[in-house]
Design a protein around this ligand. Structure first.
Ligand code: GDP
Length: 525
């Protein structure tokens, strides 16, 4: 690919994540988008055929059992002139670590809100992370076919709870059983509800009025919508693309994912406004890496073992930041300085995986991994070393002692432990003196998934004994005396053999700092 082709290809990419509170409709809207992209024949397939043609984001056994999406996955499709990558993020709060890292790999976010509920806790949490990244956020107020809250209220709530300006792109005409359509401000037209095909769109004149016969003018809801549209045009936030790009204003679309109402308009406008892949900053340096740089570079944001139960494999998910990925290319792994050949890569459409031929900046590729990669690794081609910024790490708050139920299963126990820890599914520690294993996680569900996967994928029952919630504090090895340890401040070491205390609570920590005022404790490495 020459430079011009590379630029063209990169500019076609749109890579985003959908964030929402569970049940707001993320899966449903994703399905509709896949449907427009011709990836599935009819929306509803993904949910209906969990074990069939499309395994979707919800492919793991445990996800079926618990009815939640545990892991992030990637979906790629072509729509209009764009190549789209959707990165799925699990909505469940215990999986925040994985989700946060996924949000580091996207250029924009779509926030789906249930219009009957407004902003819910998990939306708020995820929003915060996206906001920190300063990327554009597009809002879809879903479930308009149900009675929801006043649209003006919903927009005001964005400002109050999330501190972001909302700019209405369309406006509901009626709601619930009375839903008649949308007043499409952005495209100056009406979109009628429950009508297929292009005749559902009615053009408006330059004053924003219908010239021809209005099929819904009899309804009071139309007059009300017009009044509200006038109000927001005058007193609402003015559309400002610069603010949108910086994540300070969010375009707001109303619709109903389930009845496929307003989703196509949303997708089209989103693709017009969402940014192509952006430049990436390097660690401890002012230098940036531009997406159309000739040399290839990317970073690993996720590692997943056993994605396909029929093939025992491990996949490192790489966000390409610059250049073109070509199968069989040699890259340098920044952390070790070693060169490796990338022969085996995969594109994602859940378990219908196709082997990648080329991919460019903005795309996500999955590399079959035999244990070379860690989360946060940078890989690059060319002589000039590249290192992207560190991915956020979270200090675990809950801990468990863990061992194999059957001592004869030590081998699979160690293998499973090693792989799942490398994935970043849980954190592993060892007791300082006895080397007994201790697992740390941000939430309880992570332990359950760990236990389940150890049995399912490694055929190893594990016994876990809760130590409860603890405060992890690293300590300078020079200052450490193992006799400082007690049950209230258990001394352990992390994967790099660095020592830390797990304090029972704040009192235990305060007691310790009073007793050893010179010993420096840090909450993160
Ligand atoms: P997720 O947890 O955010 O992925 O949510 P889902 O897409 O699985 O949707 C949760 C539930 O809400 C499902 O029962 C959907 O059928 C339903 N749902 C999604 N979108 C709509 C909508 O626009 N209207 C209505 N009435 N229900 C919806």
């Amino acid at each position: 690919m020459d430079q011009k082709q590379l630029e063209q290809e990169v500019n076609k990419r749109r890579t985003f994540a959908i964030i929402s509170h569970p049940d707001a409709g993320k899966t449903t809207i994703t399905e509709q988008m896949l449907y427009f992209g011709g990836v599935i024949r009819s929306a509803g397939t993904v949910k209906a055929k969990k074990s069939g043609q499309f395994a979707t984001s919800d492919w793991m056994e445990i996800e079926k059992k618990r009815g939640i999406s545990v892991t992030s996955s990637v979906m790629q499709f072509h729509y209009r002139d764009k190549d789209i990558n959707i990165l799925d993020t699990p909505g469940h709060e215990d999986f925040s670590e994985d989700t946060y890292r996924t949000l580091m790999a996207v250029d924009a976010a779509v926030m789906v809100i249930d219009s009957a509920k407004g902003i819910e806790p998990q939306t708020k949490k995820l929003f915060k992370v996206v906001k920190q990244r300063g990327i554009p956020i597009f809002t879809f107020m879903n479930k308009l076919d149900r009675d929801g809250r006043d649209p003006l209220d919903l927009i005001a709530e964005l400002e109050e709870l999330l501190n972001i300006e909302g700019c209405a792109m369309n406006w509901p005409i009626g709601m619930g059983k009375e839903l008649k359509g949308l007043y499409d401000i952005a495209n100056n037209r009406l979109e009628l509800y429950r009508k297929d095909g292009d005749d559902r769109f009615l053009p408006l004149n330059k004053d924003g009025q219908l010239e021809e016969h209005n099929p819904i003018e009899e309804e009071g809801s139309y007059e009300q919508a017009l009044g509200e549209v006038d109000l927001i045009k005058e007193a609402g936030n003015q559309f400002d693309l610069d603010k949108i790009k910086a994540g300070n204003q969010t375009p707001v679309f109303f619709g109903s994912a389930l009845t496929n109402f307003g989703v196509e308009t949303f997708l089209n406008t989103f693709l017009d406004l969402a940014p192509a892949p952006s430049a990436h900053k390097q660690k401890d340096s002012e230098e940036i890496v531009k997406p159309d740089d000739e040399e290839f570079s990317g970073f690993v944001f996720k590692i997943q073992a056993n994605m396909n139960p029929n093939h025992r494999d491990r996949i490192a998910f790489v966000r390409i930041c610059s250049g073109e990925f070509v199968r069989g290319m040699d890259v340098t792994l920044q952390r070790t300085g070693k060169t490796m050949r990338l022969n085996n890569a995969t594109e994602f459409m859940s378990d219908q995986r196709e082997t990648v031929k080329t991919a460019v900046a903005g795309d996500i590729v999955g590399l079959y991994d035999t244990g070379n990669f860690q989360i946060g690794d940078t890989i690059f081609t060319g002589k000039k070393s590249v290192q992207f910024e560190d991915l956020p790490q979270f200090t675990p708050e809950m801990f468990m002692e863990v061992q194999a139920k059957n001592v004869m299963k030590q081998k699979s126990f160690h293998k499973g432990m090693q792989q799942l820890v490398q994935e970043g599914a849980v954190q592993l520690y060892k007791k300082y003196t006895t080397n007994d294993y201790i697992l740390g996680a941000v939430g309880q569900l992570q332990f359950e998934v760990f236990q389940f996967r150890m049995k399912n994928e490694y055929n190893c029952d594990v016994v876990m004994k809760p130590i409860g919630s603890r405060i992890a504090r690293w300590v300078d090895p020079e200052q450490l005396d193992p006799s400082m340890s007690s049950t209230r401040n258990m001394l352990v070491k992390d994967l790099d053999d660095k020592p830390l205390f797990l304090f029972e609570n704040r009192f235990a920590e305060n007691w310790f700092t009073n007793k050893y005022p010179d010993v420096k404790l840090t909450s993160k490495l």
